[in-house]
Design a protein around this ligand. Structure first.
Ligand SMILES: *Cc1c(COP(=O)(O)O)cnc(C)c1O
Length: 482
């Protein structure tokens, strides 16, 4: 099986090389078109770890010992060995993806990615250490730190905007333990931080320094593949509980930002899982809703800060992989991406739009509707949702599917306590930790352990630098670590 660049099918790589490299040389993303022959029925009978081993083994066939990699990635790290429990709420099902070490769905992928990267490093005969550089607006940074902590052969530096993350998110990062981790605030906003990291990637590190740079974001196929597993797991749970008959299609509603999560659902469908519609839920940044409705992707629009910040995004990178899987000829995707880069917009062919409508639903909602959904579900069902999940729930309500519906839940409500407490009518005075306490007192919903212990943990990372100093900072760390 070969991985190809979305912009040029003649650029190919093995799955190990694709994971190690991240982005293809021409700027495209690695993806495969070979999904047939997968034993999806047999997979549904396995344990969660067994499913992960089998699905990842099929998607990333060049890894020598997937059994061991899965074991190392997940053993004892999640609240349950099921990893991602399914909960019935009213007439729908909520797939809880936030039961990992940092209470965000990114844990599912970022627990696995370090194992894949280090195994690929060994198999590809690379002796350089892998240095992960990440700019974060909150969730990704902490999940990446937890995933890469003390993984041999790797180091990680996370930059976060001094004025751009919540108090809880900051506390999660600056208390991170581990001998190979480094966390640094950058004066400015998220864009400043991200621009700084991109510049470091563009400049590279000195030859012979013994370090190779890599990224932990969802352009890496090694971060996408682990997300396919929970679509199978949710389906298996429905079957096991007698909620559906074997082969019956199920709709999945996905709170979407960079399009990684929902694309994993599409890969699950390609592998045979009876997925009905994949419903793409957006907040007020509704570029994907417009695209799926009209076929025109236009990023020339205002950017809104919302209560679901992980979905505040105007260019969803992984959409490129979907277009590649659906296109008639590969020049098509390269043309769309060129138009997007040069003019900020593209329009897909009528044939492509028809295919999109056959597979995807869509919908969006604003902050008021998000909060109303949290309040409504709490009142009617006693289930507490975070703001991202609430966007998906509201879109699910509007969509009126005639099939069983699974709503993906991507964060613990305690990661966004102010918005959640205010949505259920609580008093939001005081700092975020006080608000977490009040949310707990009011609802009785347990605070995830990683968040509950935060305020007493030792602060280990206090560096604050200017954007211009980021590159020197990284080089200094490389020299110091040697
Ligand atoms: C990252 C994230 C999303 C969006 O997922 P994509 O794969 O980028 O579409 C949704 N909700 C939360 C809480 C996230 O952290």
């Amino acid at each position: 099986m070969k991985y190809q660049s979305t912009r040029n099918a003649s650029i190919t790589n093995s799955s190990t090389a694709a994971v190690l490299q991240g982005l293809a040389d021409d700027g495209g993303l690695f993806i495969t078109k070979e999904f047939s022959g997968f034993d999806w029925r047999g997979t549904l009978e396995l344990s969660t770890f067994g499913m992960a081993e089998k699905i990842l083994g099929a998607l990333l066939p060049d890894f020598d010992d997937m059994h061991e990699l899965v074991r190392r990635a997940y053993t004892g790290k999640f609240e349950t060995d099921e990893l991602t429990p399914l909960v019935k709420v009213g007439d729908r099902y909520i797939l809880e993806l936030f039961r990992g070490p940092t209470s965000a769905f990114k844990d599912v992928a970022l627990s696995m990615l370090p194992q894949l990267i280090t195994a690929a490093r060994t198999q590809e005969g690379v002796t350089d250490e892998i240095l992960i550089l990440t700019a974060t607006s909150g969730d990704t940074g902490k999940a990446a730190l937890a995933g890469f902590r003390d993984v041999p052969g790797t180091k990680i530096i996370v930059f976060y905007p001094d004025e751009g993350v919540s108090k809880v998110q900051k506390a999660q990062m600056v208390t991170q333990e581990g001998g190979n981790v480094c966390v640094c605030a950058v004066r400015g906003n998220f864009d400043d931080t991200q621009t700084g990291v991109k510049a470091i990637f563009a400049a590279g590190v000195p030859a012979g320094c013994g370090v190779r740079l890599s990224s932990a974001n969802s352009i890496n196929i090694g971060r996408l593949a682990p997300q396919v597993v929970y679509y199978f797991k949710a389906y298996a749970d429905l079957l096991c509980e007698g909620r559906i008959a074997a082969g019956e299609p199920v709709d999945y509603v996905v709170p979407t930002g960079n399009f990684g999560d929902i694309l994993a659902g599409y890969l699950a469908k390609k592998m045979g899982l009876p997925v009905g519609k994949l419903i793409c839920a957006s907040n007020r940044n509704d570029v994907l809703t417009d695209f799926l409705r009209t076929g025109t992707y236009d990023r020339r629009r205002p950017f809104y800060k919302t209560l679901s910040p992980s979905m505040d995004i105007l260019v969803s990178s992984n959409l490129e992989r979907l277009l590649y899987l659906m296109c008639e000829n590969e020049a098509e995707v390269a043309d769309y991406m060129r138009a997007l880069n040069e003019g900020g917009a593209y329009t897909v062919s009528a044939a492509m739009l028809e295919k999109l409508h056959a597979e995807f639903g869509y919908g969006c909602c604003d902050d008021e509707e998000t909060k109303a959904a949290i309040g409504r579900v709490w009142k009617a069902h006693g289930y507490l949702m975070d703001t991202h999940t609430a966007v998906a729930w509201k879109v699910a309500e509007d969509y009126e599917s005639d099939k069983p519906v699974v709503v993906l839940s991507t964060a613990s409500p305690y990661k966004f306590p102010t918005a959640v407490l205010s949505a259920i009518g609580g008093d939001v005075r005081g700092d975020e930790f006080e608000i977490m306490d009040r949310l707990h007192d009011l609802t009785g919903v347990p605070v995830p352990q990683g968040l509950a212990t935060l305020r007493t943990k030792e602060v280990r990372h206090t560096d604050v630098i200017d954007r211009d100093a980021m590159q020197a900072y990284v080089l200094g760390k490389i020299a110091h670590w040697k």
